[in-house]
Every structure is written in C-alpha cells, then in structure tokens.
Write a protein that binds this ligand. Structure first.
Ligand code: AMP
Ligand code: MG
Length: 416
C-alpha cells in the first residue's frame, strides 16, 4: 500500500505543461499566457471627450458663470465613431458626445449640464478648468507597454485589455483535452431507466462535468464492454485527441476488471492500493507515442470523484500551466463526530459552513462509496489523517471545497 502523497507525487512527476499554442481570445479564456502581451496602440487611442457637452477653447469661455453666460455659435456635432479630423474655429464650439474625438484647438469640454443645451447657439454657464473632461491619448496604456505578463491566467478583465491593446489572439497553454472512458457491461446511458443488473453511467457524466469545470476540454466515451481487447482498442483509438485519459471501473480485484488486465500488459501503467478511503484501487501511467497520462479511477461513484479531486485535478492544472493546488484547504471545526478507518486517509463527504468567526463541518449523509445522494449534498471533502480513527467535536480538519460554501444557520451553530 502506498500513501496518497506518494501516489500524487508520482503523478505530478510525470506531467508537465502542454506546448503553447495560439488561440482566439475567447478560446483562451481561463488559459495561462505563454507570452508577454505588448500594447500595439495607445489607450485611449486619441484625445476624446469624457462627457456629453461642448468642446471649447479656454479664451472664449473665460469668466463664464450662471449670471454671465458666454454665447457661442455651434458649428456642428461630433459623435462617438466620427472619424473626421476636425479643427475648432476660434470663437465657436462643437457639440460633442462621450467617447468622440476632441477637435484640434479645443482645450476643455463643458458638460451639457453647465449649458442651456443649445443646438445653434449655446449658453456656456461655467468656465471649465483647462483640459477638463478630456481623456488624453495614452493616459491609460502607452504603445509598447506590457498589458499582460506571461504566466497570467486569462479572465474577463485580462481578455478586455489585451483586445483593447490591439490583439485578436494570444499564445497560451491550451486547455488539456481529456478523454473520459467508462467501462462496465452493466452501464446504460443517462435517460434510460436501468433494468435488473443495469446501472446508469453517471461516472462519465460526472467526470466530464468535473473536467469542464476545471477549464479543460472533455470528450466522453461511455460504457465500454468488460473485455480487455475491446478496452485496449478503444483506448488506442482515443489517443489521437487526448492529452490525458481518465477511465472508471475495472480496477479492483474482480474477475472482469479489464482496465487493470488490459493495461497491465502494456507495462507502463501501474496499479496500486492507495491508503485512502474511498478510492483505494488506483492506477496511473503513460501510454502511446506521446506518453499520454492515463488515470484509472475506481468504478464506485464516490471513489471516482474523490480520486478525481485528489489526483486528476492537480495533474490537469499542471498540464494547463497552473498550480497543482489552487485555493487553500479550508480549516473547519467539527460539530458532530464520526469514525475513520485506521491507516487510511479518509475523504469524508461533509457540509462545510461559515460563521462570522470560523468554518464548521459535519458529515453529509451516509458514507458508502456507492452513496451518490450524500455526495451530491456534500459541498466539501474533509481530509482525515491516516492515524485518526475517531473524529471528535471540536477537532479541526482541512477540507477541500467541492461546492459553494454558505453561511451557517443559527441552529447549526454547534458547540464552540
Ligand atoms: P468496478 O470498479 O468496475 O468493479 O465498479 C464498481 C462499482 O461501481 C459497481 O457497482 C459498478 O456498477 C459501479 N460503476 C462502475 N462504473 C460506473 C459508472 N460509469 N457509473 C456509475 N456506476 C459505475
Ligand atoms: Mg466494472
């Protein structure tokens, strides 16, 4: 039996960030930049108005106030998107809209609110400070500035500044393509009511969703028959579109555990008992010309999910150029004790809640590795160390959130 840490270390030692590629901006959402991004243009690209108002020369409006308005002829309108190069004639004004280019010779914008809004002649009722309400060329970003650094993960705000700076695509670590393969003669497709001996293939659905939630690109291959040849053939045929492969089922000690049987023949995938509950039977290795990583997860749904969180998610993040662990484990106080097996790390399905001063945690339903209902209700996995057999009220446990964490309600307060 090996420890959780040993298994994870082995996995992380054999995965690395994918080769960078150029993607359209929206396809790069969530990806890590593999280059510094330089601004190709100034931002703003031209002096423009920050207000709807009137573009004026400083001289003309000197001394204007409510009692002594200055009257100016309005030459015309300048709207946002106006591409004319315009010069302001002395003693006159243009009506100008927010974002429109400021005409040459204009020294300030008088907001509509400080005028009578005139169309042919306008009464200016306030003297603006020089430069007032003009957004100057390059006062946000200068051409040649780095607007996003290599290693930055691209969210909405980073994509916005990169686009504004003149780029339509970027070089990033692409999202890993992950093929999820479920095995088992008993499996039927979601939406089909299973007959005696049949089970809906919920694992491949769950794992595809988990892969997608992590920002990777899943492909689903469901219900491969319990036959080693068929399984190996399926696996080989999927390599072309896989940066990683996840299988579920067929790795325990049964007579039809074909994942183990088939992959053991290749010699590059190793099967171990990992000292954890659930999720003891684990396999990992690489196959094919490109040494594609293969994670063979147990078939029991809870075991599959726990294994994904403990081993697959960290590896996929590394392949995407991110940190293996994002977000700290949350330390939470136990409000209702439970038991834990000796010598194994327990990943207990729990409710994690927040009070003003701390996080607290209690079990979410029954804990069998086939219990999907409890898994769906849980919002965290509490990690109970291998040497602990009794989790007591008041103990503090590290928890891995797997869903949104809400405020504790009064009655869940529990002992301090
Ligand atoms: P196995 O690891 O193949 O022996 O499967 C262990 C248990 O998990 C069995 O009860 C299977 O029916 C169940 N199981 C296996 N694969 C899936 C799946 N894709 N979806 C839901 N349950 C599954
Ligand atoms: Mg099976």
């Amino acid at each position: 039996m090996i420890s959780v840490e040993q298994h994870l270390e082995r996995i992380l030692a054999s995965v690395e960030p994918l080769r960078p590629s150029r993607l359209r901006l929206l396809d790069a959402q969530g990806c890590v930049l593999a280059e510094d991004i330089e601004a190709l243009v100034d931002l703003p690209g031209f002096d423009n108005s920050a207000m709807d108002g009137y573009a004026v020369g400083q001289e003309e409006v000197m001394g204007a106030d409510r009692e002594h308005p200055v009257y100016l002829d309005v030459v015309g309108d300048i709207a946002a998107g106006d591409t004319r190069r315009i010069t302001l004639p002395p003693g006159r004004t243009y009506r100008i809209m927010t974002g429109a280019p400021v005409p040459d010779g204009a020294e300030a914008i008088v907001p509509v609110e400080d005028t009578d809004g005139g169309v042919d002649v306008v009464a200016i009722r306030d003297e603006p400070l020089p430069g007032r309400h003009i957004r100057r060329t390059g006062d946000d970003v200068r051409r040649g500035d780095i607007v996003a650094r290599c290693g930055t993960r691209l969210g909405p705000r980073q994509l916005a500044v990169i686009a504004a700076a003149g780029h339509g695509d970027v070089v990033v670590i692409p999202p890993p393509r992950v093929v999820v393969i479920s095995t088992g003669d008993e499996l039927v497709e979601p939406g089909i009511l299973p007959g005696l001996g049949q089970v809906v293939d919920s694992n491949s659905l769950m794992l595809v969703a988990a892969v997608r939630e992590l920002g990777a690109l899943p492909y689903r291959v469901s219900g491969v028959a319990d036959d080693a040849e068929t399984f190996l053939r399926t696996l080989q045929s999927q390599l072309v579109r896989a940066d990683a492969i996840i299988t579920t089922g067929g790795v325990s000690m049964g007579a039809f555990d074909v994942v183990k049987e088939g992959l053991s023949r290749l010699g590059t995938v190793h099967f171990d008992q990992v000292a954890m509950q659930p999720g003891k039977p684990q396999g990992f290795g690489t196959i094919g010309r490109d040494d594609t990583p293969v994670f063979t997860l147990p078939g029991n749904p809870v075991s599959a999910l726990v294994s994904f969180e403990a081993f697959v998610a960290p590896a996929l993040r590394v392949m995407a150029g991110r940190s293996a662990r994002e977000g700290e484990l949350v330390r939470a106080t136990v409000t209702d004790g439970w038991t834990s097996p000796a010598g194994k790390v327990q990943y207990a399905r729990v409710y994690l809640t927040r009070t003003p001063t701390r996080h607290q945690v209690r079990l979410a339903g029954a804990q069998g590795s086939h219990i999907l209902g409890g898994l769906a209700e849980a919002n965290a996995l509490a990690v109970v160390p291998a040497d602990v057999t009794e989790v007591c009220v008041g103990d503090v446990l590290p928890c891995l959130p797997i869903g949104p964490v809400e405020d504790a309600r009064e009655e869940q307060g529990g002992p301090a």
